[in-house]
Design a binder for this molecule. Sequence first.
Ligand code: ATP
Length: 312
Amino acid sequence: MDDCVSLDDVAVEFAEEIEEDADSISGFQLGLPLLSPCLLHRVNDLSLSSSSFAGFRRSFRLSRREKKTNKTMYECKKSEMYDMADVPTYEEVTQYRRQSGAKHRLVILVGPAGVGLNELKRKLLISDPQHFSVTIPHTSRAKKNQESDGVEYHFISKHLFDTDIHNNKFIEYGEFKGNYYGTGLDSIRSVLSKNKVCLLDVQPHTIKHLRTAEFKPFVVFVKPPRIERLKETRQSAKMISGKDDKGTAKSFTDEDFQEMLNTAQTLETQHGHLFEKVIVNDDLSAAFSELRLALKKVETETHWVPVSWTHS
Ligand SMILES: Nc1ncnc2c1ncn2[C@@H]1O[C@H](COP(=O)(O)OP(=O)(O)OP(=O)(O)O)[C@@H](O)[C@H]1O
């Protein structure tokens, strides 16, 4: 149930942004551990129906507002799948090189809250907006005056949202104050079909559903440095999820750093077999350069992927 607790935490944060944020947008990432050059690769072999999972989207937080309030009414959807243990097995891998003009691999970024996923994503988008992009989430809430359909969100009716959930069209979704928010598989497809690299951040449980020949996810785990370096580097950093009494974004506390480190350890233990690249976000520029280089290599060099991804 630890995972569910974690989901709730992020869900509350997400919900806070959703409700108040007129300019929230999506983002994401992908990945699978740069497969080691052995023929058999350890993977999570649980093939769960996507209909059995639900969540909410971290990706919604790409642009975030300055203000936040504490709301606890958000209910993250839970399902039995979160309680099922991962069963790492082996899978056959083969060498793969993306052909010129072929769709890019989906890039999935995962990491503990506050580690810097959005910062890295933002830097990628700014560095090359023609090359990198993020998904546009769906919502069943009413469109606000200043919003446009297909820009901030895809606005759809609750009935259609329900139908789409039923038809497994969302990789993650959640409900807040009677409105749904979610990221559709088609939103990923839309980015990839424009020959752009789609950056997605999802809960680690979702990765297994995206490990298909179609998406060929490249999963990057962003890890915090040791606590001394967190304290040094995050002196002026602000927690997106926290606000003080005056509504100002909170600075990180030692407890926040410790929680980040604990979560990182848990994520690595439970999902490390799915991470293709691990980046320690110590110095931000260095982490960004490392990420950029890794993505460049995935686009241009031969590497290992599950053989099943090359059959279709
Ligand atoms: N390497 C770094 N050095 C200094 N500050 C950093 C670094 N990486 C991120 N930050 C800062 O830490 C704060 C949290 O980063 P960010 O919002 O990107 O984290 P996140 O992983 O998206 O977290 P959350 O899940 O809470 O949204 C921001 O103020 C960001 O500018």
